[in-house]
Design a protein around this ligand. Structure first.
Ligand code: SF4
Length: 375
């Protein structure tokens, strides 16, 4: 690791003072979770912002606050309602953890210390620090993706940003810049700098309040920093989803298991196809794999399965390559809805979809097929 030495100009205000002066004029002061900036609202926003950009989060946050204005509203709500409002935001474990944490807080109170925030599900070190700084004006240092990028550039830290020793070095730099007053504003300011000027693509150094001692800027390395480990190509996983439709035009959705990918969301039933090389050594066929899956519901299947759509969806660790097959079955009564299986007439889908927590590609497909499919 090379931490470059740059002489700070004499009489220059320290990093935090320059940043705060810039923030007072150019920072974001009207984000919905800043008014009012309560611990509950800051917590919700920070969890939403963990993997998602501010511009996307704003609408989700506002809808969430309309439905769950107070902690007690969130704690009392069924998980389904929370997942429905989270639909499309991705990383659904965040919603499940949020709901679980709300129930803990409703019973034990909202924490006012870093260590107690860290004990809640879904709250890591940077999120806990952001909540403490923004909601309680407490001295805490955040290190989210934006802050890592700013610190790596400003201090000229050129080792891969995912490396534990790099993260430690970045944290020390970030901590050394953290002031002892105006913590809420400073925390917002450093996030704003990373989001608006020191961006991943084209950094706007000419307008940056800390450019005079920024190593990357002064040594012409802005485009090179931070560095990353070479990424391995991610694997592809195949899946087939079944659009099971009865002869009354009703479509079946199931609730996925509570953990794992899309945990707890409503979805078309899914099975993993048998790969070609496995097929050669196996007694099974593709249709046998499908039939094995369908047999759990004792359907009278009518005709052959027909492929009607395909999509790809990128997760962090793999690419999902999926097809959707339509399977016709005999009428299956509404009375057989269960907590984990529901039937919807295709005409009712437009009204039903917003009430359900659905994976984004499945929601998109269902929105497109809300009129009966032709043969
Ligand atoms: S001078 Fe440029 S690279 Fe350095 S912190 Fe500011 S925006 Fe980022």
């Amino acid at each position: 690791m090379i931490a470059h030495e740059i002489q700070t100009a004499t009489n220059q205000p320290v990093f935090s003072e320059r940043l705060l002066a810039w923030f007072d004029v150019h920072g974001r002061h009207d984000l919905p979770w800043q008014q009012p900036r309560t611990a509950y609202r800051v917590w919700i926003s920070e969890v939403m912002l963990q993997q998602t950009q501010v511009a996307t989060v704003i609408d989700y946050f506002n809808r969430f606050m309309q439905r769950f204005p107070q902690l007690g509203d969130l704690a009392a709500a069924p998980l389904d309602d929370v997942l429905a409002l989270w639909s499309g935001l991705g990383y659904y474990a965040r919603a499940r953890n949020l709901h679980a944490a709300a129930r803990v807080m409703a019973a034990e109170g909202i924490p006012d210390s870093l260590v107690h925030w860290l004990a809640l599900p879904g709250v890591g070190a940077s999120t806990a620090a952001a909540i403490m700084a923004q909601a309680f004006d407490a001295p805490a240092t955040i290190l989210d993706g934006n802050v890592k990028r700013v610190m790596a550039r400003h201090a000229g830290i050129d080792t891969p940003i995912e490396q534990a020793s790099t993260i430690q070095a970045l944290y020390h730099v970030a901590k050394s810049h953290t002031p002892t007053t105006r913590l809420a504003d400073y925390t917002q300011a450093i996030m704003d700098l990373g989001a608006t000027l020191c961006t991943r693509g084209q950094a706007n150094c000419a307008r940056c309040p800390v450019s005079t001692d920024c190593v990357a800027y002064l040594t012409d390395q802005v485009a090179q920093l931070p560095t990353r480990r070479a990424r391995k190509p991610i694997p592809t996983r195949r899946a087939i989803f079944l659009h099971i439709e009865d002869d009354a035009g009703r479509l079946m959705l199931i609730r996925r298991p509570p953990s794992g990918i899309w945990g707890g969301l409503w979805c078309l039933p899914e099975y993993t196809p048998i790969e070609a090389q496995e097929l050669q050594q196996s007694q099974h066929s593709e249709s046998a794999a499908r039939q094995a899956m369908l047999s759990q519901w004792s359907f009278a299947v009518q005709g052959e399965a027909v492929e009607i759509a395909a999509f790809e969806h990128r997760f962090t660790h793999y690419l999902l390559n999926a097809t959707i097959e339509r399977v016709r079955v005999g009428t299956y009564s509404y009375a057989q809805d269960t907590p984990d299986v529901r039937w919807f007439h295709v005409c009712d889908l437009p009204a039903a979809l917003p009430q359900l927590g659905l994976p984004k590609p499945i929601a998109r497909f269902l929105a497109d097929c809300s009129v009966p499919l032709e043969e």
